[in-house]
Design a protein around this ligand. Sequence first.
Ligand SMILES: C[S@@+](CC[C@H](N)C(=O)[O-])C[C@H]1O[C@@H](n2cnc3c(N)ncnc32)[C@H](O)[C@@H]1O
Length: 253
Amino acid sequence: MKFSEINKLLKGIPFISESNAKALYNFIIENKLTSCLELGFAHGVASCYIAAALDELGQGYLVSVDLVEAENIFKPTIQELLEKCGLAKYVTVHREPTGYNWFLHNDIKKNTGADNICAPVYDLCIIDGPKNWTIDGSAFFCADKLLKKNGWIIFDDYNWTYAKAAKVREVTDGIAHRQLSEDELNLPHVKEIFHLLVLQHPAYSNFKIQQDGDWAWAQKIDMSTKKISYTYSTSTKDVIVKGMLSLIKKLRR
Ligand SMILES: C[S@@+](CC[C@H](N)C(=O)[O-])C[C@H]1O[C@@H](n2cnc3c(N)ncnc32)[C@H](O)[C@@H]1O
């Protein structure tokens, strides 16, 4: 399914931004990432974009995982959206009572052979859940076992903090803000995970940090040197350039 078509069907439903959705959709097609895992799907909007890219490739599957309790919160549900878009055949939906780390436990166990080695199964894993050091740090190490060599891992919410969330609510995904230390409140947990666990992991390189898109990407590839790039999306560049041009115009007047 073409990007413009799926984009039209999902208009106005959170959470993935249009620019991140487009980047993800194109990346899956360009790199032929046919086995995908999404941790945290909410309404399933990103799931639908991934499924649309798989449909365009003519093959592949996505496994999407979220909490049981989230089914009553996020309407329309992922199943409703997948049906609406005609993409349900590409996606297996899992809902876990305690979260995606238990799904990862089961998946590692399922893919562990008699030799006690876990066979990697995914080309792409997106981590977009509670943005918490303990939960998502653990999810990274578990997902790593299931990620194929040359596979990609993407973290959403690179800059997100509990301190920002505390302005609008008292609890995020079961974590009471008042129980957190100053550090835990103010440091972006995903950024800490990315810099202290992913960047330092010997099996990862080709890091991309999309400052404005709030995404951080890493490829599972053994390299002695680490490559890292910080990027801004074209749309932000455009905004900055436009702003500068109008400022220059004003100054010239
Ligand atoms: C921002 S939403 C995901 C949005 C989705 N990836 C998209 O872009 O359309 C975050 C989701 O993570 C889920 N979540 C939070 N903690 C979780 C956990 N421990 N295990 C599984 N899902 C979790 C929430 O229920 C919520 O649906």
